[in-house]
Each structure stands twice: as C-alpha cells, then as structure tokens.
Unconditional design. Sequence first.
Length: 183
Amino acid sequence: MSNFKFIKTKIKDLYIIEQKIFEDDRGYFMELYNKKDFNEAGLDMEFVQDNESKSKKGVLRGLHFQKQHSQGKLVRVIEGKVYDVAVDLRKESETYGQWEGVLLTSENKKQFYIPEGFAHGFLVISDYAIFNYKCTDFYAPEYEDGIIWNDPDLKIIWPLDGIEEIFLSEKDKKQKRFIDLDI
C-alpha cells in the first residue's frame, strides 16, 4: 500500500502529491519520495540534483526553464508558504501555454511534480519560505530561459493580497513574454 496520493491536475503529467503523515506526541514522520510508489503511479524519473532556497515575502522566482537539458522537478516547502506555478511548454500538448498553480506550505506538506517541458516559478506569501526541490537533470545555465511572471497572455492569477512588493532578480525583470519564446 502506497504512502502517497497522486492527484492529477488539468494538465497531463503534472501532479500534486500528498503523502501519509505519521504523527504522535514525539512529532511526525513521512516519506518524501519512494521510487517504487512513484513508478507505480506512472512517474518513472531519476533525480540527479537537489536544490534549496530561502526567500523573503514577496520574492518571485521564475518562470524558469532550460531549452536543453530540461528539468523535471519535485518541489515542496519546508518552512513557510509559496504559491507554485507550472506552465506547459510542450508544443505537442493539448494544454500548451496553460498553467497550474498550487499552494505549498509547511503545514499542508504537499509536493508538486513538474515534468520536463514546463516553465516553473513560485511566489513567497509568508514572511519567508524555505523551498526544496529535486531535479531530473543538472542545472545548465547556458540553456536557461524564462517567461515574465506577469505575462498578459498567460493570465496567471498570483495571490497578491498582503504582498506589498514583488522582489525579482535582475534576470527575472528582463524575461520574455510567452509569445516571444523560441523553443
């Protein structure tokens, strides 16, 4: 019996993952990844790199992708709250150009699996957040690209209530619009 619930989203191959949490008066225990359970759910990937970031409220990282060496990502929040977004960049997909968002928190302990072929980003909506993710390929900065977070064609609905300022990296301030992508 699996310790995971794999929730399909409106976009094929994109999953919200809930895991069983075993709690008692000492604290809790949970599995974050189990190759056998993931494979049985049709998620047959190999992770090669783990990353972690800490960001303050209003930081928006993304929407990032790699033109080559595309990365699948299994993302989660260790502390705080983020709104996590994936945009389908697979031209052959019925949902090309569509997005899905999910609230990831240290309380709900949900994970989000974003396969290769997606742009990814997140907005920190708590005072700070520690964000962790596993990747299916290595970071390749020479193939890095992105989409501007507030692209008018994508119409992503970011939860901006209580966010006084959006903090972007210099790179993310200069990202292209979706219609201008060369992928």
